[in-house]
Design a protein around this ligand. Structure first.
Ligand code: ATP
Length: 306
């Protein structure tokens, strides 16, 4: 019988995103407070015919078709890259696999869609190697090390919950999860915003802040969470896409405790006290032609599904 393994992994939102001065290697160090959302990608892996390599099928009926079309199905897909890395780690060649990815996370929305698929793939392939060949499973920390070399958000998608990411965001320190369910509205722009361009504008604006001590944070309610939310890249994203400022104010006028550019944007993440109000505002925006989704957090990291 063919082995079939299913895994899922969460989207992320950056509650706090602090950015340091550009380093000699061209990267900016970051200090990020991540929250995993219950907007989960689902990946199904089945053994393929010998010599067939990896084939990837992507679908999803909760996202506009252009998001599905934007996902590569060749070796540039992050799932392919992590599969190759895990295979090489075990001294194996590229595995023969048929992959089915059910996408729920908007593509290029700063919500770690590709990284979430990669985290689900690492968990699924880890299990596949165990079931098919009896290869000892790698720990989450070992998978995070492999994944972190290929995408800085992959480790957080493996851990989920609430965590701090440092260096490029890939060094994860888990925090005790939020003790309440937080309600999120995510406004996804039709236009993209180039991440390198946002960092470049950040350098031009020279708005450097100190890194805070996120480890000591205690967040007990949505109201407290709203006071903590901050993103150093927001002024740069707004200066490149001025319409984001109006959308932020509109969401706060409609009842959000706080609305903020997520990561390098252009997605706006808005926190609501009430789930009902969050859903109502999403419906209103959708009726105005603005693509908005709702979700809740925290959510678990990448895991196998029965
Ligand atoms: P992050 O928040 O980690 O910066 P993102 O959510 O903004 O990422 P993704 O949805 O991961 O962005 O997609 C960014 C680009 O990565 C896409 O335009 C696509 O070309 C490429 N990509 C590679 N693998 C995937 C994948 N599995 N799903 C989506 N995009 C992928």
């Amino acid at each position: 019988m063919t082995t079939v393994i299913r895994a899922s992994a969460p989207a992320k939102v950056n509650l706090v995103f602090e950015v340091g001065i550009i380093q000699a290697d061209g990267y900016h160090p970051v200090n990020s407070l991540f929250l995993a959302l219950n907007l989960r990608e689902e990946l199904t892996l089945a053994a393929g015919e010998t010599g067939s390599g990896i084939s990837i099928y992507v679908h999803g009926d909760t996202l506009p078709e252009r998001h599905i079309q934007a996902v590569p199905t060749d070796e540039t897909n992050l799932v392919y890259k992590v599969a190759h890395a895990l295979a090489s780690h075990h001294g194996l060649g590229t595995p023969d696999l048929q992959l089915d990815i059910q996408k729920r996370i908007p593509v290029a929305g700063g919500m770690a869609g590709g990284s979430s698929d990669a985290a689900a793939m690492l968990v699924a392939l880890n299990e596949f190697y165990f079931q098919e060949f009896g290869i000892e499973r790698l720990s989450t920390a070992e998978l995070a090390q492999l994944g972190g070399a290929l995408g800085s958000d992959i480790p957080f998608c493996l851990y989920g919950g609430l965590a701090i990411g440092t260096n490029r965001g890939e060094q994860i320190a888990e925090l005790p999860g939020l003790q309440f369910e937080s309600n999120w509205l995510l406004c996804i722009s039709n236009q993209g915003l180039s991440t390198p361009l946002v960092y470049h504008r950040f350098d031009e604006l020279a708005l450097l802040n100190d890194f805070s001590n996120l480890v000591a944070l205690q967040i007990n309610s949505a109201e407290e969470l709203a006071t903590v939310m901050a993103n150093d890249l927001e002024p740069a994203a707004i200066s490149l896409m001025p319409g984001l400022a109006g959308l932020k104010s509109k969401l706060e006028d409609l009842g959000a405790l706080k609305a903020m550019v997520s990561g390098s944007g252009p997605t706006i993440a808005a926190l609501f006290e009430s789930r009902d109000r969050c859903e109502e505002v999403a419906k209103l925006l959708n009726s105005e032609g603005i693509f908005a989704l709702t979700s809740t957090g925290p959510s678990a990291g990448a895991r196998l599904e029965g």
